[in-house]
Design a protein around this ligand. Structure first.
Ligand code: KIV
Length: 265
C-alpha cells in the first residue's frame, strides 16, 4: 500500500471515513503503529513531557523535534507523518515561522507541520501554506499556552472556538486538532468546516481522533485524563518483565545455553 497524502486525508472527510492519528517519537513504535494501519503519525511536542520528563511542552526545541521525527520517518511506510512546531519556533515572526517550518520538513522527512493557535496564528499558517508546506492547526486547549490558561483547562467559549476554527481553515490548513472542547461545539465546528477535525477530548462527532500513544498503551502510571482510553496496560507488564530478569540473573537462571556463544560452533 502506498504512502498516504494530505489530499487523501482531506478526502476522507467527504467520504465520511473516520481518521485515526497517534503520536510516536521513535522508530519501533512508529513501525508498529504504521503496521496497524493508523493514517497519521504525529510527532507531538508531547515528546517533552512523555519521553524527556519535562514538566510541560515549553522546553522542547526544533532540534529535538527533528531528531525524533527522523527516527519516526525511518519506521513508517504508509502513514502521513506530521511534525509539531515547538514553542517559540513560530511565534516571533512570520519569517521565522516559515524558516523553521521549512527546516523541520527538510531535515526531518515529515510531510506536514502542526502548530497551535487560531485567529492569532492566521498569518503564520497562511505564510507556511503559501510555500506548499501543509499545516495542521490545533485549537481549544493549546498546551503551549499553559501559563495563560493557568493549567490544562477545558475550553468552552463557543464564539472564540468557532472564530479560531474558521481562521485556521481560511488560512489554508488541511486539518485541525480540537483539544478538550465540549462535544457540542466540536460537532458544530466539524459540520461547518470543510477540512477534517481531529479530536482529543472533543467527543464522537469529530472527523478523526488522536491519542498520545503512551496513554493508549498504559505507560503513564496514574495519569488518567477523562478523554484517554487505555487499550492495554503495558506498565505492569514492563515491571514484571524487568523483575523476572532481575530474579533470573540473581539466581543464575539467565543466560542459559541458548543465549551464549562458544569458541567453536
Ligand atoms: O503534542 C501532542 O501530542 C499533541 C496531540 C495531543 C494532539 O499535540
Amino acid at each position: 500500500m502506498g504512502k498516504l497524502t494530505v489530499p487523501e486525508i482531506i478526502k476522507m472527510k467527504s467520504r465520511g471515513e473516520k481518521i485515526t492519528m497517534l503520536t510516536a517519537y521513535d522508530t519501533p513504535i512508529a513501525r508498529l503503529l504504521d503496521e496497524a494501519g493508523v493514517e497519521i503519525i504525529l510527532v507531538g511536542d508531547s515528546v517533552g513531557p512523555v519521553i524527556a520528563g519535562y514538566p510541560n511542552t515549553l522546553p522542547v526545541t526544533v532540534e529535538e523535534m527533528i531528531y525524533h521525527t527522523k527516527a519516526v520517518v525511518r519506521g513508517v511506510k504508509r502513514a502521513l507523518v506530521v511534525i509539531d512546531m515547538p514553542f517559540m519556533s513560530y511565534q516571533v515572526s512570520v519569517e521565522e515561522a516559515r524558516r523553521n517550518a521549512g527546516r523541520m520538513i527538510k531535515e526531518s522527512g515529515a510531510e506536514a507541520v502542526k502548530l497551535e493557535g487560531g485567529a492569532n496564528m492566521k498569518e503564520v499558517i497562511k505564510a507556511i501554506t503559501e510555500i506548499d508546506i501543509p499545516v495542521m492547526g490545533h485549537i481549544g486547549l493549546t498546551p503551549q499556552s499553559i501559563h495563560r490558561m493557568g493549567g490544562y483547562k477545558i475550553q468552552r467559549q463557543r464564539e472564540k472556538l468557532l472564530e479560531d476554527a474558521h481562521a485556521v481553515e481560511e488560512a489554508g490548513a488541511f486539518s485541525v486538532v480540537l483539544e478538550c472542547v465540549p462535544e457540542e461545539i466540536a460537532e458544530e465546528i466539524t459540520q461547518r468546516l470543510s477540512i477534517p477535525t481531529i479530536g482529543i477530548g472533543a467527543g464522537i462527532h469529530c472527523d478523526g481522533q488522536v491519542l498520545v500513544v503512551h496513554d493508549l498503551l498504559g505507560l503513564l502510571g496514574d495519569f488518567r485524563p477523562r478523554f484517554v482510553k487505555r487499550y492495554v496496560e503495558l506498565g505492569p507488564l514492563i515491571v514484571k518483565a524487568a523483575k523476572d530478569f532481575i530474579r533470573e540473573v540473581k539466581e543464575g537462571d539467565f543466560p542459559t545455553p541458548e543465549h551464549v556463544f562458544h569458541l567453536e560452533e
